[in-house]
Design a protein. Structure first.
Length: 397
């Protein structure tokens, strides 16, 4: 029973070497020290073997037919599920350039043939122990953060169900994009997406309700809404390991040309990549809610270089099923001047609506709802509101 316990706790090792004698030697040596060892003589099969049961360490020969050790290591490091696993190269070559190349492709150590038993044992033990400790710390951190994340999202749901629903959609789309583009670090992308609206917990519910109903907001209330990313960023800034997430949330509405919130000099590719993706997907969701076709949304984004990183737009569109942006003709909206009676649901106001004495009645950018239509019709004469209104309307309407 004691031997079985030590064998389970020592760690799992994958050995990739096309020489049967070397495989047998390493297999026997490590098995006797309590490791679970899987020997593989074919380099092209090594990836599949590692994916089926992730090892704690990979011992990798350099000189192999088909794929050499350097190329195979690059493939391991390109796989999000395998890239953190330490790789020790084993080779008869002792040239310093080979060692430099081994470290350059992601190896953590290098053992020269013929093997010295004590050296192999010491190096394997060091890297397996380090990897297992890092994995335990990562799991502890993720469990702690998942608990905090769940609490924060429950607070957001209680405060603003609509924003909560949008962030869930944002998280779903973000996960699809990150996985299909193999961006890595999915955890940071997902958490940034799901906590993107957490700043709304700082805004009074009555103000949120008025905004959602299309009612006019005061300049101060508009400033509150603009600063939601800042409030969210501040809420997360002091949580350990969430510094990057905090920064992603701060810049989620920043335009690619540097305009917009926050008002600073950051622009272009200096805006965090997660934030640039959140900007694209967040705006996509808002347009999607207005029944605008996805192809039209992405085609328009590709032409709006001041707002979006168009290179990312072109990468994201196929992930969400839009294959040929060139076939999407023209902008997906049109600008018009209409009367109150001609207003339609989902129109977007292109200018503020003022009363005759200059009092702000409804803000520019407000989406017209059925409630707002009724309000405008009922209040038009009473408030002496202008009857000519500039709007932006989806072409499909």
């Amino acid at each position: 029973m004691q031997d079985e316990t030590s064998l389970q706790s020592a760690g799992n090792i994958l050995i990739v070497d096309d020489t049967p004698e070397n495989l047998q030697l390493l297999f026997q040596l490590l098995k006797e020290r309590g490791y679970k060892v899987r020997p593989v003589s074919c380099s092209t099969l090594a990836l599949d073997v590692a994916r089926k049961a992730r090892p704690d360490l990979i011992l990798l020969d350099i000189n192999m037919p088909e794929l050499d050790g350097f190329e195979l290591c690059r493939l391991f490091k390109a796989d999000p599920a395998l890239k953190e696993i330490p790789v020790i190269f084993i080779s008869a070559m002792s040239d310093s350039l080979d060692k430099v190349k081994a470290f350059g492709v992601g190896g953590v150590d290098y053992i020269t043939k013929p093997f010295q038993t004590d050296e192999v044992e010491a190096r394997v033990k060091t890297h397996v122990t380090l990897y297992q400790q890092q994995r335990v710390e990562r799991e502890l951190l993720e469990n702690t953060l998942n608990g905090s994340f769940k609490l924060l999202t429950e607070i957001l749901f209680a405060t603003d169900p609509q924003s909560f629903a949008r962030t869930r959609r944002l998280r779903e789309l973000t996960k699809i994009v990150v996985e299909k583009l193999s961006l890595g670090n999915l955890w940071e992308y997902e958490l940034s997406a799901m906590l993107s609206a957490i700043g709304f917990v700082t805004i009074p519910p009555a103000v949120i309700n008025r905004a959602q109903q299309g009612l006019g907001l005061s300049p101060f209330e508009n400033t509150l809404f603009e600063s939601v990313p800042l409030m969210g960023s501040r809420l997360l800034a002091n949580i350990p390991r969430l510094e990057a997430v905090s920064l992603n949330i701060l810049y989620q509405n920043k335009n690619f040309d540097g305009s917009g919130f926050p008002d600073d000099d950051i622009c272009g590719e200096n805006i965090p990549k997660v934030s640039r993706i959140m900007k694209i997907l967040g705006d996509f969701i808002k347009m999607e809610e207005r029944k605008i076709p996805a192809s039209s949304i992405f085609a328009s984004m590709c032409r709006t270089t001041d707002l979006y990183d168009t290179s990312l737009v072109e990468m994201i569109a196929p992930c969400l099923g839009v294959r040929d942006l060139a076939k999407s003709q023209g902008p997906f909206y049109k600008y018009m001047v209409v009367t109150i009676d001609q207003l339609m649901e989902n129109d977007i106001l292109s200018t503020n609506i003022l009363t005759s004495n200059g009092v702000l009645f409804i803000n520019e950018g407000t989406i017209v709802t059925s409630f707002l239509l009724l309000k405008l019709q009922n209040y038009a004469e009473l408030m002496d509101v202008s009857t000519s209104i500039k709007v932006r309307r989806a072409r499909s309407a």
